[in-house]
Write a protein that binds this ligand. Sequence first.
Ligand code: GTQ
Length: 350
Amino acid sequence: MSADLDPGVDPYAGIATLGAAPLWRYLGGLFRSEPKSRAVAALWRYDELRPYLLHFAETLSIADAERRVLMLVNPGLADPPATVNTLYAGVQIILPGETAQAHRHTSNAFRFVIEGDGAYTTVNGERVHMRPGDLLLTPGWHWHDHYHEGDGPMMWLDGLDFPLVNALEAGFFELYGDRSQKPSVPDDISARQFTHGRLNPAWDMERGVNSPVGNYPWTETERAFDAVADAAEGSAIDGILFEYTNPWTGGPVMPTVSCRIQRLRPGFSGAAHRHTASTILHVVRGEGTTIVDGQRLQWRDNDVFAVPGWATYQHINGSASRDAVLFAYTDKPAIAALGMYREELMERQD
Ligand code: GTQ
């Protein structure tokens, strides 16, 4: 066996010119003993973002912006911007009389309403009204436009899986043409037809991969918390934790994202764990601390924070008298569908 190479040419440079690379120099980076997210633990304070939202609402027309949104960019994921590896969070503001024009994308999206009243999103012809604490779904490839007919600004959290969709190179986007869709079904009909998986419509309806429910209203979420009250122990990690479900399947609301709501009792101090899913959390109310890989994220009402995949974390309700309520979303369904979901309990970090 003899290699017939020019002795003056570095063989590494030679293979690079052929579009080849030596695996033995990359093995450790390509096959890690465990995941190491490029995302870092991060927190965005709502009371710091809010004045800027109002500033842009005054100075930037919605026609120019298309969507007036401040993206919450993880310091480890600036380009392309993302909040955690697979998921994105943004805070959107819309003023009375404004329309955010109709479009659709393959990315799955939802809104969790923070402030204001009187806006609705039209999703494939259904007007879905929103109030604080409501979760609205706009699953992939559903037309959606927003309109605000109330008083005062309206703000909500946008959650999308576009970092994942773009990594899969499966992103499509389309404008509707008209600025808004005409309603084609009765307002809020999808939420009215389902009582959270207990009484589902049994007549002929299309059963796709997404939840057919347009809005999971806060009033029902609150009723669920009240019904359980302190009768259940809940999870040692997450307290009283509910998952918003697709009533057809009992599974997550959309194939890539699980949305949850959790109540940490006064003084709750959760067990530590880690999992391969990445998580974004929004503080519905209360104040507390989440320790992520030893770093203390101190949160309060309306803040948003990010927990990277495989980071060890635990939640603490900082108040001895007040509940803390967190809305959380994770890419667990996507990771689990691929057989790569792992989770383990860890030592506490405090
Ligand atoms: O409201 O449709 O934050 O399409 C990012 C992309 C919001 C929306 C975002 C979007 C929207």
